[in-house]
Design a protein around this ligand. Structure first.
Ligand code: ADE
Length: 239
């Protein structure tokens, strides 16, 4: 999969994408991350990418022209059509479901705003989808782009060393993840639950589902009301 990122801070985005699972996915050529800096496409002698906002008020807005030429160059740099995502607090909330859908596309592009945002006319013409990573305001879209790259990149086939771990993630089945334990079995902080040492795979799966259900019930009841509970899950919760 290819991800193009349009950003005034390309080094930051590249560094975020160079580490851990996503960095490895790039090395394995499962993922290609390319960056495009609108300042490189600015035509005036100050290399301006922003201007004051019509109607008055504080702040600057990213102008159409440098972005239009940047996006045109980006789109023609590879043959695959691009699904362009604009990152902003006004977007629809990013969920694991959206991440999974994006991860199935051959190519996406992430447009990072700075200042007060981007001229609305450019957004209306170019952007396929607007996404927010949460109800708070960042000083630019770059951290949100890094979030999308990480969440999408780790889902590429072969990116995770154990393919099962993506299936067991929080949210992949609409529930929070169960607790996990490492060595040793006994420690001053407590012992590993016995069922996990039993080798009884059915009992372990039941325990994990019960823990996931309980945690979701306590911490994120909104997820349970979205997902609904099947009879088996309800019985487990009532045990
Ligand atoms: N840019 C600024 N704040 C953001 C947010 N919460 N999500 C996505 N992009 C943003």
């Amino acid at each position: 999969m290819r991800i193009d990122v349009v950003s005034l801070f390309p080094d930051f985005v590249r560094q975020c994408a160079a580490v851990g699972v996503v960095g490895r996915a790039q090395q394995r050529e499962l993922l290609q991350v390319e960056t495009w800096n609108p300042r490189d496409y600015a035509t005036d002698r100050h290399r301006s990418v922003d201007s004051g906002v019509y109607g008055g008020g504080p702040g600057m807005v990213m102008m159409i022209e440098p972005l239009r030429t940047t996006l045109a160059a980006m789109r023609t740099a590879a043959p695959e059509p691009v699904h362009l995502v604009y990152l902003s607090p006004q977007g629809a909330r990013l969920t694991q479901g959206r991440v999974e859908a994006l991860a199935r596309l051959p190519r996406i592009a992430l447009l990072c705003g700075r200042y007060e945002g981007v001229d609305e006319r450019l957004l209306a013409h170019e952007v396929d989808e607007e996404l927010s990573i949460g109800d708070y305001v960042l000083s630019g879209g770059e951290l949100a782009a890094a979030v999308v790259i990480d969440a999408v990149g780790r889902l590429q086939d072969g990116a995770l060393n154990d393919a099962l771990s993506a299936q067991q993630d929080s949210f992949s089945d609409g529930l929070l993840d169960c607790p996990h334990y490492a060595k040793p079995v006994h420690d001053a902080l407590g012992s590993v639950p016995e069922v996990l040492l039993s080798g009884d795979h059915a009992a372990i799966a039941r325990w994990r589902l019960k823990q996931s259900l309980g945690r979701t019930w306590l911490r994120r009841p909104d997820l349970l009301s979205q997902r609904g509970l099947d009879a088996a899950s309800r019985a487990l919760l009532e045990e």
